[in-house]
Design a protein around this ligand. Structure first.
Ligand SMILES: [Zn+2]
Length: 116
């Protein structure tokens, strides 16, 4: 059974996580997908943080928010990422897993398979 004090702390922590999530979501929407044509807008839930160098990744941004990491730590992690839409994130992941260049070849996985 939780005490009134612990319930207040729980609600305060929940409010902090919500505020952090809203800040990060606003940041993502502001930046937008760096692979989509300029000016393309997506809602936050369609945008991901793509870690550019896997070895430098400490944790996913969403996990850091859930774990109540400080804003400073979260933005230090965000510095290692680019914002991309879920489609472009999947394309990047596919290219990395198959040793394909991320830039230069702009064809999507669908284009590649269509040519087979
Ligand atoms: Zn995109």
């Amino acid at each position: 059974m939780s005490t009134p004090g612990s319930e207040v702390k729980r609600l305060r922590r929940k409010a902090t996580r919500k505020a952090t999530r809203e800040l990060i979501n606003g940041y993502k929407e502001n930046i937008g997908c760096v692979d989509c044509p300029a000016g393309t807008k997506h809602p936050c839930y369609v945008l991901d943080f793509d870690h550019l160098i896997a070895e430098e990744k400490i944790d996913s941004i969403s996990i850091m928010i859930k774990d109540e990491a400080s804003i400073r730590r979260i933005f230090n992690e965000i510095k290692k990422c680019e914002v991309v839409c879920k489609n472009h994130h999947a394309i990047r992941t596919h290219k990395r897993r198959n040793g394909l260049p991320l830039t230069g070849d702009t064809s999507t996985a669908t284009d590649k398979y269509a040519r087979l």
